[in-house]
Design a protein around this ligand. Structure first.
Ligand code: AHG
Ligand code: MN
Ligand code: MN
Length: 334
């Protein structure tokens, strides 16, 4: 099989997808460089205590950054200098980040979760970076919050990097989903999963079942349905939950299944779910729809939700079409 790089693939799709302009291609290439740097450091994470990745002071008297802070600063530093962005929003920063005046500006807005699954960093379990790209509607000046609070359906590109047994990039520009694997010997992401499609009915359900007592009754009914022999498969689904959404999502995308993070009563502040609409749910929803699956908050399509704040939380049910439809049916009947 000829080895297709991300750039080659993007150039092919530039012709077919109106959203994939040359600038989006350049933007994704800048993201790839940042992700390669993060991947290199993630690979050393097992040596954290040896190398001093602990948030403590190193031998030079410098404060050594934790991996999630490191990933966040690499992304902000590199992407601010891409010349293609006007504003950035990160899960780790409370406010919108304006590209400084002394740097070249573009008309794209980047929203990301620098390291998803951060509780898994210290235990050598797969983690990831999630990204979402919008185009600015106005032309110049500082970017207002209203300009960033767009529905997910307006994303021009989205995807994730998975730092797993291999490092992968999965992205969409609205013309299918394409997966690449980093070949460390040449330092390039090579096309390994062309035109990814999620099976229409899955085999796996992924949820933090420890929250059972905090769920409402319809959520309990949904999980019971997946575990029962009376579901549409006539046999129980397999339970799989890593605790890194990127990793759970990626497995379900390939094998078929559904990832769920419903609202619960564990924390009254988080009564609308744990995951963030703009940096987690929207990009994954864009990917899953392009792969033939669905993403909902239980009632509404994720990509149709009008955000009212940058760090808005949302219940999320995402994966194989028939499984998500069943979830919506159970919620709809309650
Ligand atoms: P983050 O590490 O970016 O804060 O996100 C963690 C998210 C998501 O990746 C994961 O699926 C979920 O939190 C796990 O939460 P629980 O530990 O509550 O199950
Ligand atoms: Mn996350
Ligand atoms: Mn995170």
């Amino acid at each position: 099989m000829p080895q297709v790089t991300v750039t080659e693939q993007l150039l092919i799709h530039q012709k077919e997808s109106p959203m994939a302009t040359g600038r989006v291609t350049r933007l994704l290439n800048e993201l790839i460089l940042a992700a390669k740097i993060i991947s290199r450091e993630v690979n050393k994470a097992g040596l954290a205590n040896v190398l001093g990745f602990t948030g403590e002071t190193n031998v030079q008297g410098e404060k050594v950054k934790k991996l999630d802070e490191f990933a966040n600063s690499v992304l902000i530093y590199r992407m601010e200098r891409s010349g293609l962005l006007c504003a950035i929003s990160s899960e780790e920063n409370a406010d919108l980040i304006q590209v400084p005046d002394n740097l070249r500006h573009g008309d794209y807005i980047l929203i990301f979760d620098p390291l998803d699954g951060s509780s898994n960093i210290d235990v050598n379990v797969s983690i990831g970076t999630i990204f979402s790209i919008f185009r600015r509607t106005k032309n110049n000046g500082p970017v207002s919050l209203e300009e960033v609070l767009h529905k997910g359906s307006e994303q021009v590109a989205a995807g994730y990097f998975l730092y797993g047994t291999s490092t992968m990039m999965v992205y969409t520009t609205g013309n299918g989903v394409h997966g690449f694997t980093l070949d460390p010997s040449v330092g390039e992401f090579l096309l390994s999963h062309p035109d990814m499609k999620i099976p229409e009915t899955g085999k796996v359900y992924s949820i933090n079942e420890g929250n059972h007592d905090y769920w409402d009754q319809p959520t309990r009914d949904i999980v019971s349905w997946f575990k029962s022999q009376d579901n549409h498969r006539k046999k129980p689904y397999t339970g799989r939950y890593i605790g890194s959404m990127v990793s759970d999502f990626h497995r379900n995308l390939i094998y078929g299944g559904v990832f769920m993070y419903p609202k619960d009563s564990k924390d009254s502040k988080l009564n609308s779910g744990k995951l963030r609409l703009m940096c987690e749910a929207n990009p994954m929803a864009f990917v899953i729809e392009q792969a033939g699956g669905l993403a909902t908050d239980g009632e509404k399509r994720i990509l149709d939700i009008e955000p009212h704040e940058l760090h808005q939380r949302v219940p999320l049910f995402i994966g194989s079409k028939n499984d998500v439809l069943k979830i919506m049916e159970i919620y709809g009947n309650n």
